[in-house]
Design a protein. Sequence first.
Length: 560
Amino acid sequence: MQAPLLNDTRKSWLHVFWMLPYFLLLAVIYQSAVAFMLHMWDNDDFNYCYLVPVIVAYLIWEKRDLLVQIPTRQSWAGFALIVPGIVFFWMGDLGGEYTLLYLSMWLQVVGLCIVHFGIPKLRAILFPILFSLTMFPLPAFINNKLSMQLKMVSTRIGVEALQGMGITAYREGNVIDLGFTQLQVVDACNGLRYLLPLILMALLVAYFSRMAMWKKVVMVLSSIPISILVNGLRIASVGMLYPIWGPQVAEGFFHDISGWIIFMISLGVLLVELWILNKIFREKRKLETKDKAPRSKLKAQSSKHETRENGLKNQAESVAFGRGPSSKLKAERERQETSGARAGKLGLFQPQFLVAILLLGATAAIAQTVNFREEVPIAKSFSQFPLRVGDWTGQLQSMEQKFIDQLDLSDYIIVNFRNGSRPSVNFYTAYYESQRKGESIHSPSSCLPGSGWEFNQAGRAEVPISDDGRRMPVNRAVMSNVGHKQLSYYWFPMRGRVLTNIWEMKFYNFLDALTQQRTDGALVRLITPIGKDEKIEDADKRLQEFTRELVPVLDQFLPN
């Protein structure tokens, strides 16, 4: 019985060797995505991702004996993942979205494994395969929104904890006012860098634990409130210790070590919860009674299997010592050996291999040789933009070079417009000649919350821009930060369209790259302050009046 297993093991290693051409092609196709992913791993919020490939490798290695026993069978079913993976690649590459590229890469790898090893082998390591998705960083808009919400929740918990201990504390957005000083809960204190690793730890504990599925689900879901609660108490501890040790409790060594402490406390709470669940909700006896019949059936099947194995062994011994031929056993061995030999001879010429190489090779060749984006210059440089729009007079402002380099824009303008004694309107527009991966327009809904601004009453609005009743869609949001309120309009002029949704923008980038070889576009953002005694409706009226004056002027600068 060892020969078939040896042949299958040898065939599996041949399949691994055949993966080399795939590796080279995938490296060409996804080199930019992998480089950006590794860059994101250096971010404190995602440095746990370095451990995910190691964990996945261990989980697969742990199943090595089972994988050897499962026959290797090539399957066309893998192309059900490879083909969508190629589609996602082009959508991500032309739309400038790394998340789609990550998903595409994952689909390609899993699909190729199914092609060469078969579905049964992949089913045996389903959890490690799904767990590997956690190595990909969250999309920027999800990460920023989640970070902002966690900051607000943690700040609220911290203030309530301080007030519960008799310490005077008030909350204004993500700022805690202690009377003698103010503490701002910044991104480093949002708890996201502890929440995500704790969820992964909960998944691993649930995977290795022998308990009912509902207990595993409860434990994984509970890791979220546990992490948030403990992080809120950590913020409260900073407020308690600040009068004693000063600002150093919120920065440097103390900040870093307190982060590790809260993670270990969260993990400890999670393990205590696991112990309590198993202690209170005991199901061992019930499960034994319930599984008695299946176990008896399994035992009978095992006895039957042993009897058959002994029979085959006796037949083999009979053949070996000349006590009678066993044509059935001999034919089975010859079939296995012939199959293994055929696999070794035809490996590089199997139809599945050739089709996969053809698809990946064509994708790599087109991606490297065809330019789907022409750089469309701006119609008129923003340096010629008038500083008088209607009754509004502007003062030109500038942006630091480090921010210009980070945004990768082609041209921009910032002007602070005023109309008499009325509150000002800050006008900002960034133009991109060609949007690419990592060089595309960033929505204010992703950037501003990361700097402490909280979006309220956010949504889509229609603004009148002409006397004939023509209206233009814009994103509208009331922003607040430490007692200050502002009203913001922003929209995306894209090749004759006015878009308000970031995903809609990425879709048209993909479509226009294929049909027009264009991905140029712009972001237009207007912000006006809301006075303490001013109604939001008055700020809306001010922005609508300015937008109506601005749009005809701006259209002269942006390509149609």
